[in-house]
Design a protein around this ligand. Structure first.
Ligand code: ATP
Length: 577
């Protein structure tokens, strides 16, 4: 993982620009002080007229404008640097999340992940937009001022040299505390966000089980934890500001006293030099103080970056793909499962050495008791998880060697709970990227998925908005939208996890009809729960406890496999009752 400093220095041109701006800011500060003092000295002590000081006035104006302009450019450059680094981080997150396996992407709390990708990355902003530009300025401006002051009046320069180290020393002590505290703050915010979203999603369940109040208390505790962590950081920030003010005020006071003594009592200093030094000294301390505040933000950013890096570096199961294209042919690809095994971890469920072939256009039903590994097998075939051993072969080549896009272009996976996005029904059906669909194609898919009746009754038809997760649609309607996606996409392989919950008669019939239609153009592998699908399949894979117990047609398995017969008899009884 690259540190924030390494990330900043990878933008060399921007860093050079920041340094250049710092040099120009420093020069304009000294120039501004010089011309101001020259004008005051000329008008009040030498009695010069307005015309005589006009050129100096113009120079003063130029220095003021230059100072403002370079400060503005330096800040803008810092902000741009922050934007670039933040989008770099977000890009890394997107890349990581996109390559995660289906299971890994479901692990952890969604709210926590959102908080890290949004709030924690935003917290990094201060390092680049404030700390780095200020660091560049402070690396040059105080040194320039010190040299100028020392060249004019050595004693003042020495006082500055002695007092100045207190500021960075104090900053380091405080900064170390800030980093730990800000790590704690990011952690508290992430945990609060995770808990909050989790509770929000399960609010109905919590109410139904009378746990809403208890959960409210947990959220309150979590939010108070975040508040305390934030207050602890603010306390450090206020203490730091207070201490920096005291150090700089005292130092400026000592120098002023010394200058006054030199001018009035010893008469060893001209008004010009004294005034010039007195104007530059506060600039010196203010530059150091500003670095103090920026340093505080920088340390907070480092704390947040540590959390972000931890999240990025967390080892999670990924799915990698090759670059072989899978060309869409007239016939669907031939699938073969070779010694296919999967394990959710030691002492957890194992799917053991599945071997079978799936010829193009066949209708396969995966059946077996609950928890026997049917969905796991379907996810392996889809390429959503990678086998621990063995291969899914597609047209004689391991699935992992194909391009991700070209495989998914030929595949439709209809899960038990298909996800619908917030948007219109039409947008949800025409979800496939890279290809636009005509209204006719969309209408046909809607018709074939049995959605036209429902859509006709809606005021805005297919352009009716639905909520995220398909809020506003029934379970059966969501299944039909998923079917419409498959009709529109015209894939070569369809993987279908049949809903276990009872569907109404009409949706049942529609599913049967749809499968019949889709099977004309694709291979269909269904995790089957309904007797009709099971009987209609060309080949049945009967699973039990992670093993493929038998393969064959319904009649064949019914005659030969007692456990299968038993399962079908139970199902018959249920459908008859
Ligand atoms: N993410 C996971 N981590 C650990 N174990 C898991 C995970 N997902 C599933 N399992 C376990 O794997 C086994 C097989 O699950 P799978 O969903 O494949 O079964 P299934 O046959 O499809 O069941 P059902 O018919 O009830 O949907 C189950 O015992 C389940 O507890």
């Amino acid at each position: 993982m690259r540190t924030l400093k390494e990330r900043a220095f990878s933008y060399k041109k921007r860093m050079i620009f920041l340094l250049l701006s710092a040099v120009l800011i420093g020069l304009s500060i000294v120039g501004q002080a010089y011309f101001l003092v020259k004008i005051v000295d000329g008008v009040f002590l030498q009695g010069k007229s307005f015309e005589e000081v006009l050129v100096d006035l113009l120079w003063l104006l130029l220095c003021l404008c230059a100072r403002s302009l370079f400060i503005y450019l330096s800040r803008r450059s810092g902000l741009k640097l922050a934007t670039k680094v933040k989008s770099e981080y977000r890009g890394e997150f997107l890349k990581k999340y996109a390559s995660l396996s289906f299971l890994a992407s479901k692990q952890g709390q969604s709210g926590r992940k959102i908080s890290v990708v949004t709030d924690a990355i935003d917290e990094i902003d201060g390092y680049f937009s404030q700390y780095i530009p200020q660091l560049m300025q402070t690396a040059f401006v105080p040194i320039l001022i010190l040299v100028v002051v020392a060249s004019q009046h050595l004693n003042s320069g020495l006082i500055m040299l002695v007092t100045a180290p207190f500021i960075p020393l104090f900053m380091i002590i405080v900064g170390l505390q800030t980093r730990d505290k800000s790590e704690e703050q990011v952690e508290k915010l992430a945990s609060f966000s995770g808990r909050f979203l989790d509770s929000l999603q399960g609010l109905t369940t919590l109410k139904l089980f009378g746990r809403a109040n208890q959960q409210k208390q947990t959220i309150l505790k979590s939010s108070l934890g975040f508040r305390d962590a934030t207050m602890a950081i603010l306390k450090v920030a206020f203490t730091q500001t207070f201490m920096l003010e005291i150090i700089s005020m005292l130092s400026i006071g000592i120098i002023a006293l010394e200058l006054v003594i030199q001018i009035i009592i010893y008469d060893q200093l001209t008004f010009f030099t004294g005034f010039f030094v007195m104007i530059l000294v506060p600039e010196f301390y203010s530059s150091l103080k500003e670095l103090g505040s920026a340093f505080h933000n920088g340390r907070s950013s480092i704390g947040a970056a540590k959390k972000v890096d931890e999240e990025l570096a967390r080892e999670e199961e990924t799915v990698t793909w090759g670059d072989a294209p899978l060309v869409k042919k007239m016939t669907p690809p031939k699938l073969e499962l070779r010694q296919l095994s999967y394990s959710y971890g030691e002492e957890k469920f194992q799917l053991e050495s599945i071997n079978t072939e799936v010829s193009p256009y066949s209708k396969i039903a995966i059946v077996g008791p609950s928890g026997s590994g049917k969905t796991t097998l379907l996810q392996l075939i889809a390429g959503l998880i990678r086998p621990t051993n063995g291969q899914v072969m597609v047209d004689g080549k391991p699935l992992s060697e194909y391009e991700e896009k070209s495989w998914f272009n030929q595949l439709s996976y209809i899960s038990q709970n298909p996800y619908l996005f917030s948007g219109t029904i039409a947008e949800n059906i025409a979800i496939e990227g890279g290809r636009s669909f005509t209204q006719d194609e969309l209408g046909r898919a809607i018709e074939r998925a049995g959605l036209s009746g429902m859509i006709r009754n809606l005021k805005d038809g297919a352009h009716t908005l639905i909520g995220e997760g398909g809020r506003g649609l029934s379970g059966g309607e969501k299944q039909r939208v998923a079917l419409a996606r498959a009709f529109l996409k015209e894939p070569s392989v369809i993987l279908f996890d049949e809903p276990t919950n009872g569907l109404d008669l009409e949706t049942e019939r529609l599913l049967q009809r749809s499968i019949q239609q889709l099977s004309k153009q694709a291979t269909i592998i269904t995790v089957a729960h309904r007797l009709y699908t099971i009987k209609d399949a060309d080949q049945i894979l009967f699973m039990k406890e992670g093993q493929l117990k038998a393969v064959g047609s319904h009649d064949d398995l019914y005659d030969r496999v007692a456990e299968y017969r038993e399962m079908v008899t139970v199902q018959r009884g249920e459908s008859a009752s």
